[in-house]
Design a protein around this ligand. Sequence first.
Ligand SMILES: [Zn+2]
Ligand SMILES: [Zn+2]
Length: 263
Amino acid sequence: MRVIFHGVRGSISASGVEFSDYGGHTTCTEIMTDAAQFIIDAGSGFQNVALADDRPIVILLSHFHHDHIQGLGFNPSLFSKRAEIFICSALCSEESTQSYLQQYYGGKYFPIELLSEISKLRIVSFRELKSIFARDLAIESYGLNHPGGSAAYSITTSTAKLCSLLDNEYREDQFQSLSAFVNEANLTIWDGMFTADELPQYRGWGHSSIEQGESFLERSNCKRLAITHHAPYRTDIQLDVMQQNFKDPSIFIAREKQVETSY
Ligand SMILES: [Zn+2]
Ligand SMILES: [Zn+2]
């Protein structure tokens, strides 16, 4: 399993020298396995994913807020792929997934009807997706605390387990079930949109803090935790300070183009 962060911002992309180190693209994480190339969320970072030719491509959408789908129409090789392309969200049925994406990528909002331009596209239910890949790996989902809902995912191969918990406003009553969900994960991706200081003024916005991630890692038994979905105003200098202040070496601030190969 190889993990690449193609976008680590939340809400909206960030542009400017003060953001260039950690990167400005909105959320997109690639997980390459032997059976398929998984891409969790298609924020603006999706435009830079080198899409596979030799195995199926599976785009898993946590939810349909624009920072998680706005890159979907902008990866040029999406239109010329020979591999099968699956799009799936555990949040809703395949009909709803199709309908939400059709509205966003067509009509008044997009110059072409995107979905009809993707050859070998299959929009499937989560149940069907699980069964298609059941021989090679396990894909699970968990309902997160976010306005309109959001689906966490775990992908478990014979060698590693990866979990993504975007977007989520962490509540202490999630701890039991969430720590069971990430049990033994080699890497867990955490929504670190806010700091502990900021969190009180953004209750109900659907995001967690970096400090909550730290405490979650300490108490759960996942092995490493990547902080991502950085606020668009969080500068490289601020993120560097946060990284330096972590006491536990197994937590890190994810940056765009970061490749994690040791799984
Ligand atoms: Zn988001
Ligand atoms: Zn969201």
